[in-house]
Structure formats: C-alpha cells, structure tokens
Write a protein that binds this ligand. Structure first.
Ligand code: WQD
Length: 355
C-alpha cells in the first residue's frame, strides 16, 4: 500500500487509474483544477471501489469517510496548491496526468499547452524535491513519435513530434531524463499511450469530453446515440488495408492497470528511468472501429469520407514488447470489449457527468 498523489485524477485516464489503484489497496490524494473534469467522476470511482461517506467538508475539498480518497481542487502550476500536499512527507509517489491533450487545440493555443504541460510539470517536480518525494509516473503519449518511419513503433524510435502537444510531451520527457540524472534517488516512468478508448464496464465512469471532441471514439459514440448525424472520416486514400487511418486502440482499463504495474515496478526496483509504450500491438482502421461499434451498439454509424486531416499519419501501432518484458503487462481487452464498454457508458450517461 502506498500514499499516492494523482494529478489530473478526475479526468478520463486519471479516474480509471484511480479506481485500479484503489483496488490495489493504495490511498489517494487527487489534485485537479477541473478544467476538463469534475468531482463527480471521483465520487463514482469511490463508489465503485466500495468506499463510503463521500462528502465535501470544505470548499474545494472532498473525501471518503475513511480518507482513502482525498480530492482537492487545485492547479499543478501553483506551488501554493502543491507544497501543502507534500508537507507531511507522506506521499510515496506521484502519478502525473494533469495536462492538456488535444492536438488541434494545441496548434491554436501553444502558449497554454506549454504553460500547463511543461511549467506544470516543472512546478510539480520542484514541489516533489522540496518534499523529498522522488517517484513519479508520467502520462506521456505516442504522439511524440510523429510520422513514424515503421510500425510497430518501439521505444527506441526517433522522437519527432509534429504538433505543439507532442512537443510538450517530448519536452517533459527530456526534463524527466535530466531530473533523473540529477539525483540518484529518482524513480521515473514515462508511459507513452497509444489511443486510449472505452470505459469501465460498469458504465459509471468514462470519457466526458467538454465541448466538441476531436478524437474519434466519443464522436462515434455520439453518432450512435443520434447526437450527430454522421462520422466524418478523414481520408480513404491512406496506404492501409481499406484506405482509412490505422491506430492502436487500448482499453482505458488496460491502460489503468499498466500504470499500477509501472508504479509497482518503481517502488520495488532500484531507482531508474523507465520508458514504455502502452498499446495493444494491434492496428485497427477507422472503418474497423466503426463496424465494431455498430455491432456493439446495434446502431448503424453513417460515415462521410472527407480529406485527410493535417498532421495525421497513416498508421500508429505500438511494439508492446518492452512493457511485457519489464513488467509482465499487456493489454487483455479486445476491440469488441472496448466498444461494448464505451457504448454502456454513453447510453447510461448521454450528457456525461453533467446533471
Ligand atoms: C484516430 C483516427 C483519424 C476523428 C490523438 C492524439 C494522441 C492521443 C489520442 C492523447 C485517425 C481518424 C478521427 C474523426 C476520423 N491523445 N478520425 N474522424 O489523432 O490518433 O491521436 O488522440 O494522448 O496524443 O494525437 O486520435 O481519435 O483523433 O484519430 O476519421 O472525426 O481516427 O484520422 O486515423 P489520434 P484521433
């Protein structure tokens, strides 16, 4: 059991990871500014973990009766929000999800992305050092590979980000490498996600994009619900089996369990800098995903083929071998399970966590 700080823990991947960590017996302090989330996700996580007495004893502060989950509204860029969390010296490790993650938005708002993703991580690492806590799992992304020369993509592939979002992930990875070299006690894992999708099978927690999503899975879900008339497919002339883009879709619960495995490795092994791809190693095209979701939901998904989206690549598929070798982790859930669970969430929560 460890006492963990989870930044951005109310978000899509953070909330699912919080549930996996609670089920492993850990105690969690969650810091989130609710830029893309809210406390309801954590209330449901606590409920799913069988914890009772969720309440709000103070403004911007929530907890379960046994205080195994403590949620604080706060910003990872602010030392005044971070330092008190480390003051007691009881934080054994940090899982750092807080950040902005939309590629198109990053092109429009690079300053915001560099501030939140990079300056936020600088502040966090400074607070960790001041609090003598040197164990961190970082939410990185396969986006930093850019247009990969070959697939499947291994961790040794060149880092060539092609958008500001990917640049910030690459910058933070370099920062973490520099920090790892600055003191012998740092235990750091950089986890490069491929395409996280789906939801917890209970249908109680899932992806709740604010506004119009840019990534495909919530869009397909909204078409199946009848909230959108069709899915726009960006290009059918890619060098792939059916001409549409191929991605490595990973069930969010597989991803959550991968974080638990990486944390366990860091706590059990000597200090190190660990870098791992988290993906299935299988590629599926846009049309594969559309067909799988249509089967899972029982609804047809009308599509309209349009031009390629700037910045897209034909294929992005992980070589998952290192994660298997280093921590005995690999994905366990299929594309059909991804679509089944994503549809269960969408159906039960047509307006996400909203009232
Ligand atoms: C997937 C496929 C599109 C929307 C991004 C981030 C990455 C990660 C996951 C955080 C592509 C096609 C999409 C649509 C479509 N996020 N598509 N119509 O771009 O692979 O990765 O999200 O870490 O960092 O870069 O995901 O879901 O946008 O696209 O045809 O309306 O679906 O062309 O082939 P992407 P995506």
């Amino acid at each position: 059991m460890a006492n963990l700080l989870i930044t951005g823990g109310a978000g899509f991947i953070g909330s699912h990871t919080c549930l996996a960590l609670l089920q492993e017996g850990h105690h969690l302090v969650v810091l989130d500014n609710f830029a893309n989330s809210g406390p309801e996700a954590l209330r449901r996580v606590a409920e799913l973990a069988g914890l009772e007495g969720w309440n709000e004893p103070g403004d911007g502060f929530w907890s379960t009766a046994d205080q195994r989950v403590i949620l604080r509204r706060g910003d990872v860029r602010l030392r005044r929000d971070l330092d008190p969390l480390f003051a007691s010296g009881s934080i054994d490790g940090v899982l750092h999800f807080a950040g902005l993650k939309a590629v198109a938005e990053s092109i429009q708002q690079p300053l915001q992305y560099w501030d939140v993703n990079v300056n936020g991580t600088v502040s966090l690492l400074q607070a960790m050092e001041a609090g003598n806590c040197r164990t961190v799992v970082f939410s990185s992304s396969a986006t930093l590979y850019g247009h990969a020369e070959r697939v499947p993509i291994a961790e040794e592939a060149p880092i060539r980000p092609i958008n500001p979002y990917g640049q910030t992930k690459a910058a933070v990875e370099q920062l973490l490498a520099d920090v790892a070299g600055s003191h012998p006690d740092w235990r750091i894992a950089r986890l490069r996600y491929f395409n996280p999708v789906g939801a917890h099978p209970s249908g109680r927690i899932g992806e709740d994009p604010q506004g119009t999503p840019s990534n495909i899975f919530p869009l397909i879900s909204q078409v199946a619900m009848g909230h959108r008339p069709e899915l726009e497919v960006f290009g059918s002339d890619w060098p792939t089996s059916d001409g549409t883009g191929v991605r490595d879709y990973i069930h969010v619960m597989d991803l959550a369990e991968g974080h638990g495995a990486a944390l366990g490795l860091l706590l059990a092994e000597p200090p190190q800098l660990l870098t791992l791809n988290l993906g299935s190693g299988q590629g599926h095209s846009v049309l594969d995903l559309v067909n799988a979701f249509s089967t899972a939901s029982g609804w047809s998904i009308p599509v309209r083929i349009s031009a390629r989206r700037p910045g897209d690549s034909a294929m992005s598929i992980a070589d998952p071998g290192a994660a298997q070798r280093r921590m005995g982790w690999r994905t366990r859930r299929s594309l059909a399970e991804i679509c089944r669970d994503g549809w269960a969430w969408q159906q039960a929560n047509p307006r996400g966590y909203g009232a």
